[in-house]
Design a protein around this ligand. Sequence first.
Ligand SMILES: Nc1ncnc2c1ncn2[C@@H]1O[C@H](COP(=O)(O)OP(=O)(O)OP(=O)(O)O)[C@@H](O)[C@H]1O
Ligand SMILES: [Mg+2]
Length: 238
Amino acid sequence: MDNLIEIKDVYKSFGKKEAKVEALRGISLSVAEGEMVSVMGKSGSGKSTLLNILGGMMSYDSGEYIYAGKPVNSKNQRELTRFRRNEIGFVVQYFALVDDLNVFQNVALPLKYQGYSGSKIKRMVNETLKELEIDDKVKAYPNELSGGQQQRVAIARAVVKQPRVILADEPTGALDEATGEAVQDIFRRLNEKGKTVIIVTHDAKVAEKCGRIIRLRDGVVQDEMLSAVTADNGGVIL
Ligand SMILES: Nc1ncnc2c1ncn2[C@@H]1O[C@H](COP(=O)(O)OP(=O)(O)OP(=O)(O)O)[C@@H](O)[C@H]1O
Ligand SMILES: [Mg+2]
């Protein structure tokens, strides 16, 4: 498998002078197309910063980000926006749905930004809601849904435009265990269909179900290992 995502020696800091915080300190890693990877590490180790950079949501100070063999220029906002819209689906812990839009309208949003026609939007949204088994709630508003249902809608919104990569920051962090497992299964199914998935998590059970675990410490990769799922299939624990 070729690397879809490759970052080399990336630095990112926030603030200036005494208030300066170095969130990433020369981090390097790569993810192959079709891989499912988890990122773990203590609070403040740089996980969200890393994910935001990978998703084109944030610029980095130095280093390189190569996506599908081409550099992602994080200083060029227009290019970055296009990259994000075309390639990335992003899921966060607290769902980030728009409260006064119903399920259909929430999931339709990214397609509207891309300028699809009404009939195409309708077809794509309905197909995605069905796939995520949330189509019975198409007219409901976020506050009428359970946490697990809201997260399924948020995942639908992230995948409706068919991105190659799904980035999720603590996607099961606000859910009870059973609901979290169901959400985890959704990511696995998406991965089986070929999506490259990167999940930031504190939950070792979630991480174990990914093929590889990358552990961050103080803004660099501390270690990486193949998870039991992969190792049982003849992989080697690194
Ligand atoms: N917008 C920001 N402004 C200033 N400092 C920031 C900003 N975002 C992150 N940081 C700092 O950068 C470091 C890394 O933060 P980051 O959010 O990436 O950690 P994390 O691993 O995601 O932590 P958590 O597990 O708590 O979500 C922290 O010290 C944090 O305080
Ligand atoms: Mg975080």
